[in-house]
Design a protein around this ligand. Sequence first.
Ligand code: 6R9
Length: 662
Amino acid sequence: MNGGGKTTPTNASSGTGTLANLLHEQRRFPPSSDFTAQANVTAEAYAQADADYQAFWDREAGRLAWAQQWTNVLDWSNPPFAKWFVGGKLNAAYNCLDRHVEAGRGDKVAYYFEGEGGDTRTITYAQLTDMVCQAANTLADLGVKAGDRVAIYMPMIPETVVAMLACARIGAPHTVVFGGFSADALRTRIHDCDARIVITADGGYRRGQPAGLKSAVDEALLDCPDVRSVLVVRRTGQDVAWEDGRDIWWHDSVEQASTHHHAEPFDAEHPLYVMYTSGTTGKPKGILHTTGGYLTGCAYTHWAVFDLKAETDVFWTAADIGWVTGHSYIVYGPLANGATSVLYEGTPDTPHQGRWWEIIDKYKVTLLYCAPTAIRTFMKWGAQIPDKYSLASLRLIGSVGEPINPAAYIWYRDTIGHGRTPVVDTWWQTETGSIVVSPLPGVTAGKPGAAMKALPGFRVDVVDDEGQPVPNGSGGYLVLTQPWPAMLRTIWGDDDRYVSTYWSRFPGLYFAGDGAKKDDDGDIWVLGRVDDVMNVSGHRLSTTEIESALVSHPIVAEAAVVGATDDMTGQAVVAFVILRSEAGDGGPDVVQQLRQHVAKEIGKMARPRQIMVVAELPKTRSGKIMRRLLKDVAENREIGDVTTLADSTVMELIRSSMPGME
Ligand code: 6R9
């Protein structure tokens, strides 16, 4: 299959995850000769980077404007604590904004913003620079200094980007908390990084309704005495409670401020942001990214993986800014490269199921980047919906967040890419900061389901329990074997956890927490998490965190949570709970009550799809819950080996209570 024409989906499997399923699809999709002829990166890049990866990154950092040149590309004298571009100084916001304006590209569009309800704004680089300078001046007036943390809890609107870049401009690391998180989750994050300022909005639009954000901030701040100011953007116009002296309207402050602001250069290792992500314990991890290496990694990968032509492309990452994908590929990568992006506020089915395709048609989007869970939803809705729009502008489409099952890959390639566009399945993590494993669109013959190879400049491997590379055709754990510029520097406030989580399982190797397989060609298939982290519609959720939320409810004695394979969302949360004896059977709405409780504690996306009230949980003799067996139940499988159970009758008991499932 080479280039144009629809592919016939013979062989395509419909499951979502097992290797057997993945391997059904044998076709390869080399790029067309036209695509290859114009591609940014050629196959030689691999060998060049392999010859000397530090020299490679030394060149790539030249994509940025540095106020002071670095003396050392990498200082790895105290592993795993890396310093990249040692001695270099730069300002991230200057790199994303001013330098494009100074180069005469001020009129170029930075964002086409599309509100859910259809309101639009076109924002040029010159305008965005002014807005960011104003916000930087306001933050400085509020006493924010370099190094202070600022929490951002916003909908998907241009002011969110402005807020992030204003923080970057004054060297105040931001922590963007996804708007779907609850007040409690916001509070935990504010506490953990000790943020003193919160930037929010009255609300945002979600499925046609204004959804409150300021109200959640108010609730969170009941227990955050150190937060002194809340800057509030008016988006929906809904009523908000107001605390004089603390709350400040954006339009009364930022929009009145001077558009002049000098961007002071910061050290390459100055903290840029903290992004919280789920780990294997209940406490979320604050992943720290710094300035020079992170921005280099974003700019290079955005250019290489998406074959970016900054002058002509219209790039759309259809993801939330509160996810690392939004940070790297809505904000920092595209802006560092001077690209034009689409920013869409809402959901894919509001006001109708053709919303995405309408947006692509309207703005002539050339590069689309989204998650497999969205693709599977569109598959369910049917090809007749995108078929109503012209998608002829698309020249490359990408996927991120979970393994893309071959059926979804083929559908995406055929129905959205018209069998013509390369598909890039990109593997990376909050921790890696930038894409690590991905096809190169002008080089790689894509295989549905495989993320393929480490990009030039990165080195990954699949290793066995002893940390030894597995041969082709075998599975193991995905690791990175050398440092890379956009790597996390630590877990905020917890260097020990950084070392133990990522660098201790296999000494000298970065352990990603994913299982993977090398196929017979040595290409990499990522199989999903090997720890207690679930991936639900691209949201990373920890089993422990949801279990803690459940047991914090007064009627729950014990809880076990598993991620069950789900055709639509990749994985779905299934919970097993034991009620306290005084709660009896919990009453008729016990399931509803507990789901709501999880929504309140963590956020709606963490609500279990199913909750089973059970009498016992399967435990080993050492008291460890055997989630593997619960997963068998949740996925309706034969129950596996129960020999290590303390009480082997427990599983029968649980099975027999199956009708109790919601
Ligand atoms: C960018 C992002 C990271 C986890 C990661 C893995 C899964 C991401 C994937 C993929 C298979 C891909 N993941 N991309 N699995 N193929 N192309 O998603 O960051 O939210 O930190 O999640 O997502 O399990 O470890 P994050």
